[in-house]
Design a protein around this ligand. Structure first.
Ligand code: ADP
Ligand code: MG
Length: 468
C-alpha cells in the first residue's frame, strides 16, 4: 500500500473527483482505484482491471486531470495502470470493514465526503452537534413534512410518540439536520438529559475497538443505558454481521427500558443491503419517514433562507435561476449560495444574473447532457432489436434478459437513479434484481472483450446525446 502522504493526497483528489460526478458514476468507476504516487508532477493510479482502466482513460481522464490540477495546483501527468501479477495483494480491511486505532491505518482512502463548511461544534464529550442544525433553521415542505413532524413529536415527548423513529432518504436532504435538531430541542428543554448522538461508523469503530481491547462490558454499559440514542447513517451496518448483532441487543435493551431511539439511513429499512431481518422488523416498529428531493418552490424557499442567514439580499430572479439549475439536494443548494456570495465578495461584484450565469454555466451544460433511462432504453432496444415492452415484460428468455440487464447496468453507471427507480423502469423489478443484473454485466464485461466493446460504444453514443 502507498504511504500515508500519498493516501492523504489521493483522498483530496478523490474527494474533488466525487464532487464532479454523480454518486453512482463515482461509485461504479472510482471505488476500487488506489493511488501509487501523487505529486505535483505525477498522479499514478492503480485500477483493478483492464476494462476499468480503459473506461477511465476514455471517459474520465479529463475529470481526474481537472480534479488533480485543482487540488494539487499543478498539471500532473495522469497514469492509470493495472496491478502486475508480481505485486503484493492489496491490504485487506478487518473483518467488519472498519479499522481501529492509530496503529492500523485504513486500508483504503477515506470515503469522500460532500463539500460543506466546517461546522462549529458543541462538544460535551458525548455530543458533537452543529449549532445551526435546529428546527428553527429547517425549512419544511412537502418533501420532508412527515419526517419533520415526527422528529418534533419525538423531541417533545420522547419514547411516547414513535419508537423508534427511522428517517431515510438520499444524501444531503436533511436527515442529520433533523437528528441534531431533536438533540438541540431536547437539551433546550432538559439540559441534563442523557442523549447520545453518533454516527453509525463511530458505533462500529467503538464496537470493534471494544472487542479488541476486551472492554465490551463498558461499551455495553455506555450504549445500553442512555436516555436517548440517535444513530446517524445506520445503513453503515450493512455487511457487518457482528456489529449488527451487537446493535440488535443495544436496540432491545433501550427499547425495553422505553428509551427513545432515532435512526437515519440512506435507504428504507428493507433496502439496506444484507441487514438481518430481525433488525429490519425492529426498524419498522415505530415510524418510518422518508425525506425526498425538494420541489422547485421549496428549493426557492431554502435558497432564500440560506441567503438570509448569511445576511445577503439576493434578488428573486437570481434565486429562481439557482432553484431551477440545482435540483439535486439541499447541500448543493447551500453550496451554491456560498459560491455565489463568496465570488461576489472576492471580486467585489454585485450578486446579479451575470455573475450567477457565469458561475453556474457548467451546471447548466451538465443538465442538458444528463442521460435518462429512456435514452438508454432507446439505444439498447435498437442495438439488440427488441421492443421496449419486452424489456418491461416478465419474459425471461435470454434474448430479452440480456438487453434488460445491459440497460440496468448502464442506468446504474450513467444516471443518478436508485436501484429501486431503475427496477421501476423495467416492469417494476426490485432492487436485488437490478443489483444482480449489474453484477452479471460487470462480470461479462471483464471476460468478454467484444461485449465490453459493445458496452463502451453504447456509452459513447449515450454520452454524445445520440438516440437511435
Ligand atoms: P443528510 O444527513 O440527509 O445527508 P444533512 O442533514 O447533512 O443531509 O443536510 C445537508 C445540508 O442541507 C445541511 O447543511 C442542512 O443544514 C441543510 N438542510 C437540509 N435540509 C434542510 C431544510 N429542510 N432546511 C434548511 N436546510 C436544510
Ligand atoms: Mg447525514
Amino acid at each position: 500500500m502507498s504511504d500515508p502522504q500519498t493516501q492523504a493526497s489521493w483522498a483530496n483528489v478523490r474527494d474533488e473527483i466525487s464532487r464532479r460526478l454523480k454518486k453512482q458514476q463515482f461509485d461504479t468507476w472510482f471505488r476500487r482505484v488506489e493511488p501509487r504516487e501523487i505529486s505535483r508532477d505525477r498522479v499514478d493510479l492503480e485500477v483493478p482491471n483492464e476494462f476499468i482502466r480503459e473506461w477511465l482513460q476514455k471517459y474520465y481522464l479529463d475529470t481526474i486531470r481537472g480534479a488533480a490540477a485543482d487540488v494539487l495546483r499543478a498539471s500532473p501527468q495522469v497514469t492509470l495502470r493495472i496491478p502486475d501479477a508480481a505485486s503484493a495483494p492489496a491490504a485487506s480491511a478487518p473483518a467488519d470493514g472498519a479499522s481501529v486505532g492509530a496503529a492500523s491505518a485504513p486500508a483504503v482512502a477515506p470515503e469522500p465526503v460532500a463539500p460543506r463548511a466546517e461546522p462549529r461544534t458543541i462538544s460535551d464529550g458525548r455530543l458533537c452537534l452543529n449549532p445551526s442544525y435546529t428546527f428553527d433553521n429547517f425549512v419544511v415542505g412537502p418533501s420532508n413534512r412527515l419526517a419533520h413532524a415526527a422528529a418534533l413529536a419525538v423531541a417533545e415527548t420522547p419514547a411516547q410518540a414513535y419508537n423508534p423513529l427511522f428517517l431515510h432518504g438520499q444524501v444531503g436532504l436533511g436527515k442529520t439536520h433533523l437528528l441534531q435538531a431533536v438533540c438541540h430541542h431536547m437539551l433546550a428543554r432538559s439540559p441534563r438529559m442523557d442523549i447520545l448522538y453518533l454516527s453509525c461508523e463511530t458505533f462500529v469503530n467503538q464496537f470493534i475497538a471494544a472487542v479488541k481491547t476486551g472492554s465490551l462490558e463498558s461499551f455495553r454499559r455506555r450504549y445500553r443505558t442512555v436516555g436517548v440514542l440517535l444513530v446517524d447513517d445506520i445503513h453503515f451496518l450493512a455487511h457487518k454481521e457482528s456489529t449488527q448483532e451487537e446493535f440488535f441487543h443495544t436496540f432491545n435493551a433501550l427499547f425495553d427500558a422505553q428509551r427513545q431511539i432515532i435512526l437515519s439511513s440512506d435507504s428504507s429499512p428493507a433496502d439496506i443491503p444484507t441487514i438481518e431481518a430481525r433488525l429490519i422488523s425492529r426498524f419498522k416498529w415505530g415510524l418510518v419517514a422518508p425525506v425526498v428531493k425538494p420541489n422547485l418552490e421549496m428549493r426557492l424557499a431554502i435558497l432564500k433562507q440560506k441567503a438570509e442567514l448569511r445576511g445577503a439580499a439576493v434578488s428573486d430572479e437570481v434565486l429562481m435561476f439557482l432553484a431551477k439549475a440545482i435540483d439535486t439536494n439541499i447541500r448543493e443548494l447551500e453550496g451554491a449560495v456560498t459560491k455565489l456570495l463568496g465570488a461576489a465578495h472576492l471580486t467585489q461584484r454585485p450578486v446579479d444574473m451575470v455573475l450567477a450565469r457565469e458561475l453556474f454555466a457548467d451546471v447548466l451544460v451538465e443538465k442538458r447532457r444528463q442521460i435518462t433511462i429512456e435514452d438508454i432504453q432507446g439505444v439498447i432496444t435498437a442495438r439488440f432489436h427488441v421492443k421496449l415492452s419486452d424489456l418491461q415484460s416478465k419474459r425471461r428468455s435470454k434474448s430479452i434478459t440480456l438487453p434488460r440487464q445491459v440497460c440496468m447496468f448502464l442506468a446504474r453507471a450513467l444516471t443518478d437513479y436508485s436501484l429501486e427507480e431503475i427496477g421501476g423502469y423495467f416492469g417494476g423489478r426490485d432492487h436485488t434484481t437490478v443489483m444482480y443484473a449489474c453484477d452479471q454485466i460487470a462480470a461479462r464485461v471483464q471476460r468478454d472483450g467484444d461485449f465490453a466493446k459493445m458496452i463502451e460504444e453504447s456509452t459513447a453514443l449515450l454520452r454524445d446525446g445520440a438516440r437511435l
